[in-house]
Ligand binder design. Sequence first.
Ligand SMILES: *[C@@H]1O[C@H](CO)[C@@H](O)[C@H](O)[C@H]1NC(C)=O
Ligand SMILES: *[C@@H]1O[C@H](CO)[C@@H](O)[C@H](O)[C@H]1NC(C)=O
Ligand SMILES: *[C@@H]1O[C@H](CO)[C@@H](O)[C@H](O)[C@H]1NC(C)=O
Ligand SMILES: *[C@@H]1O[C@H](CO)[C@@H](O)[C@H](O)[C@H]1NC(C)=O
Ligand SMILES: *[C@@H]1O[C@H](CO)[C@@H](O)[C@H](O)[C@H]1NC(C)=O
Length: 286
Amino acid sequence: MEKKMRKSQCVVSKSIAKNLLFLFVPLLCFSIVSSYDSLDPYGNITITWDIMSWTPDGYVAVVNISNEQQFRPVSEPGWKLGWTWERQEVIWIMVGAQSITQGDCSRFKGIIPHSCERSPTIVDLLPGTPYNDQISGCCRDGVLAPMGFGDPYLSTAGFQLTVGAAGNTNKTVRVPKNFTFGVEGGGYTCGPAKIMRPTRFFTPDGRRVTQALMTWKVVCTYSAFLVKKPVCCVSLSSADHRLSSSCKDCACGCRNASMACTGKGGAEKACAFAFSCEMHQPQLSS
Ligand SMILES: *[C@@H]1O[C@H](CO)[C@@H](O)[C@H](O)[C@H]1NC(C)=O
Ligand SMILES: *[C@@H]1O[C@H](CO)[C@@H](O)[C@H](O)[C@H]1NC(C)=O
Ligand SMILES: *[C@@H]1O[C@H](CO)[C@@H](O)[C@H](O)[C@H]1NC(C)=O
Ligand SMILES: *[C@@H]1O[C@H](CO)[C@@H](O)[C@H](O)[C@H]1NC(C)=O
Ligand SMILES: *[C@@H]1O[C@H](CO)[C@@H](O)[C@H](O)[C@H]1NC(C)=O
């Protein structure tokens, strides 16, 4: 079904692409022969895990995904964050995101974890998620505006997870490995998680500072080298050249390519910025 969606979508954007293609081909070639991203050489996606409390069998952590790139958004269908647990850790509860598979939880009786996958893949929730299941930064279908957009809220995502069968002191906890940051078409490579100075949090009135019990960070960088064949004829160029795209009309997860942005909660502004012709158009699936 997904394939079908993309196909129809490309048809929609092809005509727009025609006008753009000759403009972008030289630039595109340039960005492919260079091993780094010429427009955003120091940009990255930074993932921060903050352990907020220990539990009898593990911990509660808040994860913050921050798009530190000046120009490149993360467009629909959004980010997919993956990692591999060091041991037999499970995710008891997840707020503001979900593991796309539960995995084999047959060793549990009674309360069943949210995910027992050894290498879970986490995705954002959709806008309109019930208020009680939300958390700051969630529920934008994985869309992240670039930092250059000037709105840190739209450039970051957040979710919370309660991890079990894990260490519950800063000496016994195991940092997950092999992080992956997936987007349509690929392109990101993540480094190892590094233990950092615990993040400090300010209360809204700025009068009190709290800090995480333990913090680690993962930095993922983008390389045009790694991008698989673009889903849509203009997706590479549109993502890389925000200032020159007339592809805007199909950018917003719009119901209708001839309409302006329909907007989806917080994604609205990020979308308007993204010009991405690779976004899904839900009404085309059936
Ligand atoms: C990630 O990107 C930010 C913003 O460009 C930069 O300040 C930071 O040094 C980068 N981090 C790494 C590890 O490259
Ligand atoms: C993520 O961290 C950044 C930098 O500390 C902060 O500005 C932003 O509000 C955080 N995002 C969420 C969703 O918590
Ligand atoms: C672990 O906690 C102790 C004190 O509780 C602290 O001195 C130490 O720096 C912490 N280690 C890490 C890696 O956070
Ligand atoms: C994790 O990455 C290391 C190298 O960084 C590799 O040797 C190992 O096979 C990977 N493990 C999994 C489960 O992918
Ligand atoms: C798309 O929008 C145009 C103009 O608003 C309208 O005429 C057309 O019927 C719409 N198509 C669909 C499939 O909604």
